[in-house]
Design a protein around this ligand. Sequence first.
Ligand SMILES: C[S@@+](CC[C@H](N)C(=O)[O-])C[C@H]1O[C@@H](n2cnc3c(N)ncnc32)[C@H](O)[C@@H]1O
Length: 242
Amino acid sequence: MTWQAQVLTLYPDMFPGPLGHAIAGKALRDEKWSLETANIRDFATDKHGSVDDTPAGGGAGMVLRADIIASAIDNAVKKAVENAPLIYLTPRGKLFDQMEAKRLASLDGAIFICGRFEGVDERVLKARQVEELSVGDYVLSGGEMAAMTVMDAVVRLLPGVVGSAKTLDEESFERGLLEYPHYTRPQIWEGMEIPEVLVSGNHKKIAEWRLDEAKNVTRTRRDDMWQKYLATNPQLSEKDKK
Ligand SMILES: C[S@@+](CC[C@H](N)C(=O)[O-])C[C@H]1O[C@@H](n2cnc3c(N)ncnc32)[C@H](O)[C@@H]1O
């Protein structure tokens, strides 16, 4: 089954962009997923191709019109797989995370709406039951790179896209922890050695070391994740809880 992405944007030429390279690009060529863009401007109704207007109530910038966005959405929905959610990328949305990437990967596709200017008229979001996702607490100039970020995170979770499913199992966020540090040859670099346990060949010890390091890095860098990990793993030793 091909995971079907549709993107509504004023800049269709930006796609596939980075998604045409490396893992996502190979998956696209292998038809593990498909990508279709629609130019929002094609849904304009006047001869100037206007898609935006001044904000009601005054103020800076322009707002994408509800009627234009609705036409673009309705056209995309006609072609979409049945359970494809409508997703508007916006700093006001729910923060995108690995759980959300998994949810989207478990569906058959999604329709992404990329905002520009001050954003989209609120009424269309309500009328078409659009979900809102943010890629972080900062403001981008458009939704395109946010949509690409979401798609990249989703595509690598699709079956057969990343070579070994084991690679995904131990990645950051998978167990509620950030990932342990990695090393590779040369054995000694600028006087620093690869930790001895990693060259010991003792797989049980290596797994224990990696889990300890994952706990350490999470505890020191992400207290929010660490507190959640503690709460969901009550069997942890006193040493871990410190
Ligand atoms: C300049 S921004 C508009 C910001 C909006 N006026 C606000 O303050 O929330 C233009 C578009 O970029 C996209 N965008 C900006 N930051 C984003 C973020 N953190 N996550 C997802 N999309 C974002 C949205 O599609 C938005 O409509």
